[in-house]
Design a protein around this ligand. Structure first.
Ligand code: SAH
Length: 248
């Protein structure tokens, strides 16, 4: 994913305060490319005020005279709409749509279009889109404030970036390799035979014990060192059982 290849396009925005709010939402989530198609009032003091420390996003905003101009070099365009299925079109929620945008953005220019405060995007504007995005809401009131709608979409993109980074960092920084499937399987055999030895598990009536233990262990990913410790404990346990039995 490359956030620099994703642009936010605001069509015919009426209130400059919303433009500022959008700039702030974008910068908070790490996006920087703002396109304004025929804004009613821009630049404007209210926009700068609402942008707070995102003045750079406003300064670098590209103002265009038409939507076509704003998305001319884009290969993938998403249209957002408060009303689901205004026209029959592939429709996705922000999470699934963000996944799609993330993968397209690796090699393509991606645009997300946001409509007018009073009327949203026209059907003609929605028709140039590859995909429509709808933010699920209460049935009573489906229309979010423009900047809040942008926030939701940018947040979903951010979450994907962090997931990418966190899972990579988790694996890279771990000091011991994670246990292989083969070694986990060996451990489960060892665990099962030990549980039989100590008569915790009755082979005639095993119930779901091993399945539950497997599920427990698979919730944490054990590394090889941890696995060795657990195997050591089992080996010692079996030794004591044998000793006790031979003294019986
Ligand atoms: N009355 C307009 C709503 C405009 S809200 C309409 O019915 O279409 C301004 C913009 O915010 C919308 O054009 C859209 O880009 C975005 N937006 C607001 N609520 C949304 C929602 N629930 N899902 C997706 N986008 C939304």
């Amino acid at each position: 994913m490359n956030l620099d290849n994703i642009r936010i396009v605001l069509v015919n925005t009426s209130h400059p305060g919303n433009i500022g709010g959008v700039a702030r939402a974008m910068k908070n989530m790490g996006l920087s490319r703002l396109y304004l198609v025929e804004p009613k009032q821009f630049p404007d003091e209210q926009a700068s005020w609402r942008a707070a420390s995102a003045a750079d996003v406003l300064d670098n905003a590209v103002v265009t005279a038409s939507l076509d101009e704003a998305v001319a070099d884009c290969q993938f365009v998403v249209g957002t709409s408060a009303r689901g299925r205004r026209i029959p079109w592939p429709l996705q929620d922000p999470r699934r749509c963000a996944e799609r945008m993330a993968s397209q953005s690796a090699s393509e220019q991606v645009a997300v279009l946001f409509g007018r405060e009073d009327r949203g995007l026209t059907n003609d504007e929605l028709k140039i889109c590859n995909l429509h995005l709808n933010i699920p809401t209460s049935a009573d009131y489906s229309s979010l404030n423009l900047a809040m709608a942008v926030q939701v979409v940018c947040y979903e993109l951010r979450m994907l970036l962090d997931v990418d980074r966190l899972s990579a960092a988790e694996d890279a920084e771990w000091d011991t390799p994670f246990a292989t499937r083969e070694n986990m399987e060996r451990y489960y055999q060892h665990l099962e035979s030990t549980l039989v030895d100590i008569e915790f598990l009755d082979p005639a009536a095993p119930r779901q014990l091993m399945a539950r233990l497997r599920r427990l262990y698979s919730r944490v990913r054990l590394d090889e060192m941890e696995l060795n410790i657990l195997r050591g404990i089992l080996t010692e346990t079996q030794k004591w059982v044998r000793k006790a039995r031979s003294g019986e």
